[in-house]
Design a protein around this ligand. Structure first.
Ligand code: TYD
Length: 207
């Protein structure tokens, strides 16, 4: 394996991941690294095609195992075609979501279980786990508050969707306590406070 660094960002939407990913890129560029930014599901042509199948609203009959396998298939191509070669080339790869998303969404959200989801992903990740993952999280109540606020005009939020969302948040917290190299960050902090924490951890890790 190369000497590159693999950094991932996780959390529910609206947590400000994209801004922080850009800021993390600047931190690494200043340190003299070559940086590749990518995302999941997607990141390569084939992976993006799989993404469109996963996210297609017409595919409402999709089973949860199929969904988990498709995320894993998209990831397998991404690791093979983009992530691994960049790491072998000593680059810093910053990825918006990775396997922790599958554990949180499919494992906890869809209730397939974390172990089953990791088993499904074993071949996809090819032994590559992040050197550092930032979980930008809100306490469930606050996250729900934000969600309610943002959807007030729609005036509809099914109980099932709220429970799904709750399970994902809980999942992320459990994952952060179980797996290595994960830093939890409170998404209710300001953008600057969050990026300061990110810089602190990048420095602390000696990158
Ligand atoms: P993303 O591109 O982050 O969505 P958005 O641009 O809306 O933030 O991811 C698409 C959705 O896929 C998002 O709801 C999270 C979900 N997801 C999973 O359920 N499992 C996974 O393994 C990944 C990577 C994403």
């Amino acid at each position: 394996m190369g000497k590159g660094l693999f950094i991932t960002f996780e959390g529910l939407d609206g947590a400000g991941k994209s801004t922080q990913i850009q800021r993390a890129k600047e931190i690494f560029v200043q340190k003299g690294y070559d940086v590749v930014i990518t995302r999941e599901p997607g990141g390569t042509e084939i992976s993006e095609k799989i993404r469109s199948i996963i996210l297609d609203n017409n595919n409402d009959e999709m089973g949860f195992v199929t969904e988990a396998l498709l995320y894993a298939a998209s990831r397998a191509q991404h690791v093979f075609e983009k992530i691994k070669p960049a790491l072998d080339d000593n680059k810093v790869v910053i990825c918006d979501r990775y396997v922790h998303s599958s554990i949180a969404y499919q494992g906890y959200g869809r209730q397939l279980g974390a172990e089953r989801v990791m088993e499904i992903n074993k071949h996809a990740i090819d032994g590559i786990m992040p050197d550092l993952s930032f979980f930008i999280l809100l306490p469930t109540e606050k996250a729900l508050e934000r969600l309610m606020k943002s959807q007030r005009e729609l005036d509809r939020l099914e109980v099932e969707e709220v429970d799904f969302f709750k399970r994902i948040e809980e999942g992320y917290n459990e994952i952060a306590d179980t797996y290595d190299n994960i830093v939890k960050i409170d998404a209710s902090k300001s953008v600057d406070e969050i990026s300061e924490q990110i810089k602190y951890w990048i420095d602390k890790k000696g990158f």
